[in-house]
Design a protein around this ligand. Structure first.
Ligand SMILES: [Zn+2]
Length: 89
């Protein structure tokens, strides 16, 4: 699984395997602390798959369906290539 998180806390490295969607749920249930950055729901421009990504990705985030690039790291905030349809905070 690719690394999705830029976060000092070890917790992000521990949970990166479960995916951003599960992480949002864990934040809502208070299992893990809310990060300072937002999660973004992004629609893939190629296959319309909707995927939740972290605003501060450290590596390129690809669509889980068609492998299209959804976001690239860009000096802190991700440069989103798809369409941002919702900001989850
Ligand atoms: Zn796609």
């Amino acid at each position: 699984m690719q690394e999705l998180w830029v976060y000092d806390s070890e917790i992000w490295h521990q949970i990166e395997e479960v995916g951003a969607g599960s992480v949002v749920g864990m934040v809502k249930r208070g299992i893990i602390p809310k990060p300072e950055s937002n999660f973004l729901k992004v629609r893939c421009s190629k296959c319309s798959n909707e995927q939740i990504i972290f605003e501060r990705c450290s590596t390129v985030v690809k669509c889980t369906v068609c492998d299209e690039t959804l976001a690239e790291p860009s000096g802190g905030r991700a440069s989103v290539k798809g369409e941002v349809i919702q900001i989850l905070s």
